[in-house]
Structure formats: structure tokens, C-alpha cells
Design a protein around this ligand. Structure first.
Ligand SMILES: Nc1ncnc2c1ncn2[C@@H]1O[C@H](COP(=O)(O)OP(=O)(O)O)[C@@H](O)[C@H]1O
Ligand SMILES: [Mg+2]
Length: 257
């Protein structure tokens, strides 16, 4: 299946920050989005995942038209995003943050609690096992019971990925997963993303670390002033003159060899 964006447009105060973006993103692929600050990348994610409403254009995931669906319904359809600035519940523990990201449990309704106690207990055991699995996979088990606010920047990014994993989404949109993350943790995060991709999860990744992104994705789309100005394999895209000019000084790709 494919995520299809068709003519997505959003203006703020008369300025089109996303201007007629049409893209086909393979649902199980590894796709990157780059572009200078203010190009409209994060806004595009918000349009795709239903956090803001588009002025024009449409979004389709496979056969499902998503335009009228709110963000939680788009997540249920199999697509979730992370945020450039992590939005963890700071007062909850890492484990509780993962639990809160899981889709609805029977026990959350009072009726479910009275009518089906055995089923609720079974779901709770299954949820705890899934959380343990995600904690181990992301190597967050040593900090599982600490408040999310006490994590390092890199650990918060891992928790963001963990929260996306808990939803069971087939396609995960990551907004600058490597920003403010030390190089060792960038490699660790990349390795986890590669592993998840090998098991069938698709990724669409906004990132300024062009070197790390190039090693991860097979296709890159470049945005500048709301439009897609180039698409293709990372090496070709980063060598493109128009792409280099979009970045001040034309130094793009200098760290991407
Ligand atoms: N809620 C908003 N109201 C007004 N302008 C906004 C809003 N959100 C984003 N913008 C503007 O839209 C442009 C694109 O922003 P953004 O999508 O965050 O870019 P990027 O993620 O590529 O850096 C920027 O000029 C930004 O200031
Ligand atoms: Mg952004």
C-alpha cells in the first residue's frame, strides 16, 4: 500500500507554507524529507496526520481516504507521527508513557471492568509484555521507572519512537529524530529503525543530519518554500544544484559522503 498526498496546501496569513505537495510514499519503505528551516516539513506532517486541517488537497492511505478523519482515527488506520520537540508526559514514568500510547483497552471502560474481569487481566498481562518488549528493544529498560522528564535528549527521542511502536502503526513519521542526539545514540536509533523496517514497518523521516539520513533512506524528497523541488536517491538529490542552492551557501551534502 501507499500513502498518497495530492495537492496538499496550507497557508498562514496568506503565505502558503505547504504549497501543492503531491507525493507517493510506499507504506513499507524508508523515505526521507529534507529542506531548509521553514520549508514546511513539519507542517506537512501535521497535515498528513490530521493535527491541522489542509486548505486544499487530500491524503489517502491505501484505499482509505483520510481527509475527514481526526488524528486518532488516522493513527488507528496505521499511521502515526512523532514531534520535533518530544511530547512525552513529563510527570509519568517511561513505562507509563508507553502504556498511555497503547490503543484502547477493555479495562478503560467501567463496564468492561465489571463484565469481563478475566479479559481485562489478560489484556493487562499482554500490554505489560509488549511494554517490556519495547523497553528492551530500545534499551530503555534501565530507566523504565524513572520520570520521563529525567531522560536525556536522546533517550526522549527513543521514548518517542517507543510510543509510536506501542500504537502498532505500519507507517511511522519521525520529525527530526536525531536533533540534539549524540552521535552514539544516533547510530543506536538508526539501527533500531533499520531493524523495524526489516520487520515490515515503514518510515517517513524529516532530518537535518543528512549523513545519517542518507545511510537510512532509499528515497529523499526535498522541500523548499512549501514545494517539493527534488526527489530521488540520496546521493543524486544531494548533488542537485537546485537543492544545494536551497540551502544557504550550497554546503548541503558536505557531511553526507
Ligand atoms: N501555526 C502557525 N501559524 C503561523 N505560521 C506557522 C505556523 N506553523 C508554521 N508556521 C510557519 O510555516 C513555515 C513552515 O514551518 P514548518 O513546517 O515548521 O517548517 P520546517 O519544519 O520545514 O522547518 C514557517 O515559516 C513557520 O513559521
Ligand atoms: Mg520542522
Amino acid at each position: 500500500m501507499t500513502l498518497i498526498l495530492d495537492g496538499l496546501t496550507k497557508a498562514y496569513g496568506g503565505l502558503k507554507v505547504v504549497d501543492g505537495v503531491s507525493l507517493a510514499i510506499p507504506e513499507n519503505g524508508m523515505t526521507g524529507i529534507i529542506g531548509p528551516n521553514g520549508a514546511g516539513k513539519s507542517t506537512l506532517f501535521s497535515l498528513v496526520t490530521g493535527f491541522i486541517e489542509a486548505d486544499a488537497g487530500s491524503v489517502r492511505l491505501g484505499e482509505t481516504q483520510l481527509d475527514r478523519l481526526p488524528a486518532h482515527a488516522r493513527a488507528q488506520a496505521g499511521m502515526v507521527r512523532t514531534f520535533q520537540v518530544p511530547r512525552e508526559y513529563t510527570h509519568l514514568s517511561v513505562r507509563e508513557n508507553l502504556a498511555a500510547a497503547a490503543p484502547g483497552q477493555t479495562g478503560e471502560s467501567l463496564a468492561g471492568l465489571f463484565l469481563r474481569p478475566a479479559r481485562v487481566r489478560e489484556e493487562e498481562r499482554a500490554l505489560a509484555a509488549r511494554i517490556d518488549g519495547v523497553l528492551a528493544f530500545l534499551k530503555l529498560d534501565p530507566v523504565a521507572d524513572l520520570a520521563a522528564s529525567s531522560l536525556s535528549g536522546g533517550q526522549k527521542k527513543l521514548l518517542e519512537l517507543g510510543r509510536a511502536l506501542m500504537t502498532g502503526a505500519r507507517l511511522i513519521l519521525l520529525d527530526e529524530p536525531f536533533a540534539g542526539v549524540n552521535p552514539v545514540l544516533v547510530e543506536q536509533l538508526s539501527a533500531r529503525i533499520r531493524e523495524l523496517h526489516a520487520r515490515g514497518t515503514g518510515f517517513l523521516i524529516i532530518e537535518h543530519d543528512l549523513g545519517a539520513l542518507s545511510r537510512l533512506v532509499s528515497t529523499m524528497h526535498v522541500m523548499d518554500r512549501g514545494r517539493v523541488i527534488a526527489s530521488g536517491a540520496p546521493a543524486a538529490v544531494l548533488a542537485d544544484r537546485q537543492v544545494r542552492e536551497a540551502y544557504l551557501g550550497g554546503t548541503v551534502g558536505g557531511d553526507a559522503a
